[in-house]
Design a protein around this ligand. Structure first.
Ligand code: MN
Length: 488
């Protein structure tokens, strides 16, 4: 994982004399240091900018430094914004305008014109805001006192969205074989996603994987079996089937790492030379932060890896999910999500069990080993990236995950149950109206606001289905959005 950091760039000018500039620089350094103690990524104070050149130079440096995941600007004093134009036009990194001030209170006795000259964020941040709006620069505006916990939380959330953008721009996806035949929503323009999101999406033959699998040693499998034993309960006597999954995992990880890929897809229709569809193998890879998409769905694979990276500790609780079936009893209206095998155990409410069961779909010669568990309860979102032809649309829906209301003892896969906003049937109508896929990334720790920020940084359409959404309002928004995106 890259060690990301953010740069603190503070605006000022020469008008107030060297003493004020020294104070501004000292305070900016102090704020960056203190904030670094509470933010998920370090905030590095770079410069108190007073000239066009200083701003252009720091932007150039930010654009070229892979560690820099974004810049945070603030105007302690007034900073005339024409000197920011060249820098902002060239800026390629995410930008947050932090509208704060050093002091929390207006001091009754102390305040005079010197104090006003030094502490005029309310003045300077408006000039700074104008130039952002005038240049149509995508930016996050966060206002509030810098030492407040909730302000730091919002800054930190934005940082994670910006890290999601950095991860996206370096994303490489390994497709084992092609997409499932005839499926529309898993298709997409790979040139467009590379230009827009940075993703390199390429295909490797399943035969290459089978060759790599045959090179895995028994000792390597023994070592991974120990990891499985520690992390999961083994609830089958078919240890050979689990060992086969270990072989698949080791081979896939080797190929992914050799190519710098952090996401992969495969399909049950193309398992030539393999005995089992990777189940446990894919699940354990996902738990390590790799993204996955079934049926060749490389878009959801990449999005899973991105949301994982945006979550807690750089590998949060985000997972590949599929809408399967509904419970439509009045007052108990839920979606049941699962997949054929591949649900990431990051969301498990209990210790996952390794089980083997027959899988009729696909070319499985042996019963694939997979992790079976119930997903945890909690607030969450589901997101789906679709290709609208000419542009990408990300649909995000607020959901509440619950403990599954039924034990479902004969369902041989991991399962998650949830209520969608604004209610199940309206939520389904909205999702279908917007064109959302059956495959999603379900996240317990990435918020809708972070996905909105991510879409703004990546310059793609964002659609949010909330408790307040109606089908009529959504149709209206989608109609206007379609027009607006055609004009761009
Ligand atoms: Mn699927």
């Amino acid at each position: 994982m890259e060690q990301y950091q953010f740069w603190f760039v503070v605006g000022s000018q020469f008008l107030y004399g060297p003493e004020v500039l020294e104070t501004v620089a000292a305070r900016a350094a102090e704020m960056a240091e203190k904030l670094s103690g509470v933010l998920p990524y370090p905030l590095v104070y770079k410069v108190t900018a007073k000239t066009n050149k200083e701003i252009a130079d720091v932007v150039k440096e930010a654009n070229h430094d892979d560690r820099c995941a974004g810049i945070i600007t603030w105007c302690h004093t007034f900073s005339p914004s024409k000197m920011w134009i060249n820098g902002f036009v060239d800026l390629q990194k995410p930008w947050c305008h932090f509208a704060t001030q050093y002091n929390r209170e207006i001091p009754n006795e102390e305040i005079d014109m010197d104090f006003m000259n030094l502490n005029q964020a309310a003045h300077g941040d408006r000039e700074h805001g104008f130039i952002g709006a005038r240049l149509r620069k995508p930016r996050k505006v966060i206002a509030g006192y810098w030492q407040d916990e909730k302000v730091a939380k919002r800054l930190g959330d934005w940082m994670k969205a910006a890290v999601g953008a950095a991860v996206s721009r370096s994303m490489r996806v390994m497709r084992f074989g092609d997409n499932m035949r005839e499926v529309a929503v898993t298709e997409g323009d790979k040139v467009e996603v590379q230009a827009k999101l940075g993703w390199q999406v390429n295909t490797w033959a399943v035969g290459d994987l089978v060759k790599e699998m045959s090179a895995v040693t028994e000792a390597e499998i023994d070592a991974l079996m120990e990891v499985y034993r520690t992390s999961y309960d083994i609830a089958t006597d078919q240890l050979g089937h689990i060992r086969y999954q270990a072989r698949e995992e080791i081979a896939m990880k080797r190929m992914l790492d050799a190519e710098g890929c952090r996401a992969f897809s495969n399909t049950f229709q193309d398992l030539y030379g393999m005995e089992q569809l990777p189940g446990l193998a894919s699940q354990h890879l996902m738990s390590q932060g790799y993204g996955y998409g079934g049926e060749g769905d490389w878009k959801v694979a990449a999005m899973t890896a991105i949301l994982k990276a945006m979550g807690e500790g750089g590998n949060g609780c985000s997972l590949f999910m599929e809408d399967y079936t509904y419970n439509l009893t009045e007052g108990q209206e839920y979606s049941l999500g699962a997949h054929m095998l591949e649900v990431c155990p990051c969301c498990a409410a209990e210790k996952p069990r390794i089980e083997t069961h027959h899988l009729g779909i696909g070319m499985n010669e042996k019963d694939p080993a997979r992790l079976v568990f119930e997903g945890k309860a909690g607030e969450a979102i589901v997101v789906s990236l679709i290709d609208m032809g000419g542009r990408l649309r990300l649909i995000c829906q607020d959901i509440h995950c619950v403990k599954p209301i039924l034990p479902m003892p004969n369902l041989p896969v991991a399962r998650v149950m949830w209520q969608a906003e604004p209610d199940l049937t309206t939520g389904v109508e909205c999702w279908i109206t917007a064109g959302g896929a059956h495959h999603t990334v379900l996240s317990y720790d990435v918020t809708a606001e972070q996905m909105k920020d991510w879409c703004a940084i990546m310059d793609i359409e964002f659609v949010h289905i909330t408790k307040d959404t109606t089908v009529e309002s959504l149709e209206h928004d989608l109609f206007l959005s379609d027009l607006a995106w055609k004009l761009r």
